[in-house]
Design a protein around this ligand. Structure first.
Ligand code: SAM
Length: 281
């Protein structure tokens, strides 16, 4: 037993937390699994973890029992009484914030509530997972306040996060962004049967370690060039980059990239060179 709190299935039944698809609710009740995810984000000496979407609190409890302070951001008000119960069990260790994580400045929450280092660990709601990750990794200034991100995604998204030009089908905008500012790896897969209700697909826990000194580049320029390049990924760059409204050949020459290459052949350093060339175009 992780703590003296009631089993999660009882909590869900008591507070009527039937899962809502619109909120990406696929809950974890297996305490061994939540403990494993928390361990992947630990150790927690003097660490505050921001958890997005605690739901009934399975992962929250694992993080707390392993010593973390937790700031939990939950959009579904129905979960708040269950979270309050956990907070009472771990006095002064859990800060509950009600609201939409997409609308929140998580770094500001950390400044307000965190003690020690700050980290993000979450079983993310799949419908907003990519949007949240993109926002965190594009944050300015960099490095951000977070020293690590340990996050559950659909496996298909996890593969798109960690891809390199070698994994052509998965390599795209997300891989370039994450590969620019972080070191990524998939830690382990989680079968659909681990969730209630089970999603249709396998999930994966991904670790992103911030690179303290990534190549110098403006994230907005990087976003523009990757959007243009991968928006027409089968075309040669001299064609696809025309949508940027600049001389594509001159841009490629300035970045030292052959005009006949396609987006999926260009590594992160290549896209950074293109973004920097765009800034000076
Ligand atoms: N952490 C819990 C677990 O592992 O059992 C629940 C994970 S469930 C996949 C996603 C959680 O995110 C749900 O509790 C849902 O209500 C919450 N959520 C969905 N959209 C959100 C948003 N925009 N901001 C904050 N929480 C959100």
């Amino acid at each position: 037993m992780v703590d003296a709190l009631p089993p999660l299935r009882d909590v869900v039944a008591r507070y009527g937390l039937d899962a809502k698809k619109s909120l990406g609710q696929n809950f974890l009740f297996d305490l061994n699994l939540t403990a494993r995810i928390a361990r992947a984000a630990g150790p927690f000496d003097n660490v505050t973890v921001v958890e997005i979407g605690p739901g009934p609190g399975g992962l929250t409890r694992a993080l707390l029992s392993q010593g973390a302070h937790v700031i939990a951001i939950e959009r579904d008000w129905r979960c708040l009484p269950a979270l309050e119960e956990i907070s009472a069990h771990y006095p002064e260790r859990l800060t509950i914030v009600e609201g939409d994580a997409l609308e929140m400045d998580v770094a500001a929450l950390v400044q307000k509530y965190a003690r020690g280092a700050a980290r993000i660990c979450a079983n993310l709601p799949y419908n907003v997972a990519t949007a949240l990750l993109t926002r965190w990794i594009e944050a300015e200034p960099w490095p951000s306040v977070f020293d690590r991100y340990v996050l559950m995604f659909q496996k298909e998204v996890a593969l798109r996060i960690v891809a390199t030009p070698k994994e052509r089908a998965d390599y795209g905008r997300l891989a370039v962004l994450c590969g620019w500012r972080t070191k990524t790896r998939i830690l382990f897969d989680v079968s659909p049967s681990a969730f209630t209700p089970p999603p249709k697909v396998t999930s994966s826990v991904v670790e992103l370690l911030p690179n303290p000194a990534p190549l110098d580049c403006d994230p907005r320029a990087l976003s523009r060039v990757t959007q243009a390049a991968f928006g027409q990924r089968r075309k040669m760059l001299r064609q696809s980059l025309k949508s940027l409204g600049v001389d594509a050949s001159a841009l490629l020459a300035a970045a030292g990239i052959e005009e006949t290459k396609r987006a999926e052949e260009i590594d992160v350093a290549g896209f950074v060179a293109l973004a920097n060339a765009l800034r000076s175009a």
